[in-house]
Design a protein around this ligand. Structure first.
Ligand code: FES
Length: 83
C-alpha cells in the first residue's frame, strides 16, 4: 500500500493541486489500483514556494505538476518503487 498525499494549502491550490489530485484519482480508477494506493490531502507543508507538494510514503516531492503524475504513478504505484 502506497500513501499519496497532495498538499491542499492555498499556495499549492493556486499552482494546480486539485488537478494533480484529480489526475492521481483518475489513474487509480483507470488501473483499478484502489487496493494498492491510499490518497489523502494535507494541510500546508511549509514549502509553499515549491508547490505543488506531494508526499509519497516518506518521500516529499516539490514542484509537482499534473503532467508529472503519470510518471509518478507508474513509478511508485504500478512498479512499487521505494526511492
Ligand atoms: S500550501 Fe502547499 S506547502 Fe504551503
Amino acid at each position: 500500500m502506497v500513501t499519496i498525499s497532495v498538499c491542499l494549502g492555498s499556495a499549492c491550490h493556486l499552482k494546480g493541486a486539485n488537478a494533480v489530485l484529480e489526475t492521481f484519482l483518475a489513474l487509480i480508477d483507470r488501473y483499478q489500483a484502489q487496493a494498492n494506493v491510499q490518497m489523502a490531502g494535507s494541510f500546508c507543508q511549509g514549502r509553499c514556494t515549491e508547490g505543488v507538494v506531494v508526499q509519497i510514503d516518506d518521500l516529499l516531492l516539490t514542484n509537482v505538476t499534473k503532467d508529472q503524475v503519470f510518471e509518478l504513478f507508474t513509478k511508485y504505484v504500478l512498479n512499487g518503487d521505494k526511492e
